[in-house]
Design a binder for this molecule. Structure first.
Ligand SMILES: NC(=O)N[C@H]1NC(=O)NC1=O
Length: 187
């Protein structure tokens, strides 16, 4: 895990270093970091977080949930790995997702828990066309199971909104690991 920078150090990073450090703040969507990099300097960590959220809010509906790029499904929600899904089983989650899913107890489920979550995930993707996304840093296992079962009953429009809001909560926690709550001493 990279060490925390203060906001003045963030503002001084070159483009490659910025995207390298913040490229997975939005899971597997480095394009957001590349876009936000151009909006520097940031007055504070919170101002940086607001810019990331505004960048996502300004995206088209397709860019938010799912679109095809050269035969690969992309999109803010589409790029999130299933909870305890195939990537987790193969040990191929990103470091961020591995830490988050592990801390929430999702990487050592009982056989029955794994079966239930897999069934829910598959049903959710069949209904909405993108994966179930929840900030597992703020929801323990019981809340995650309750959340997916409850949200399965929602409309696609509700889940597009809720999914993106959960992505923002994931971003907020990831940013805490990377940028201190400092305010710029120069702006
Ligand atoms: N599907 C899903 O919510 N995945 C993400 N949630 C989170 O907090 N970390 C993840 O990997």
């Amino acid at each position: 895990m990279s060490e925390q920078l203060n906001i003045d150090e963030v503002n001084e990073l070159d483009f490659i270093s910025f995207v390298s450090r913040f490229g997975n703040v939005v899971e597997s969507c480095p394009i957001v970091a590349a876009a936000v990099c151009q909006m520097r300097p940031f007055r504070s960590r919170d101002a940086m977080f607001e810019e990331i959220c505004a960048t996502i809010d300004g995206m088209s509906k397709e860019r938010k949930y799912s679109y095809d790029l050269n035969g690969v499904r992309q999109g803010i929600l589409m790029c999130h790995p299933d909870l305890a899904g195939k990537l987790a089983c193969r040990g191929e989650l990103t470091a961020d997702s591995t830490a988050e899913q592990s801390r929430a107890g999702l990487l050592n489920l009982t056989a029955e828990e794994f079966r239930r979550l897999t069934t829910f995930n598959d049903e959710y993707k069949r209904k909405f066309g993108f994966p179930f996304v929840i900030c597992v840093g703020e929801n323990k296992k019981a809340a995650i199971f309750e959340g997916i079962e409850r949200r399965l009953k929602n409309s696609a429009a509700e889940e597009l909104h809720t999914g993106v809001e959960q992505v923002k909560r994931i971003i907020n926690l990831r940013l805490n690991n990377l940028v201190s709550q400092s305010k710029s001493s120069r702006l």
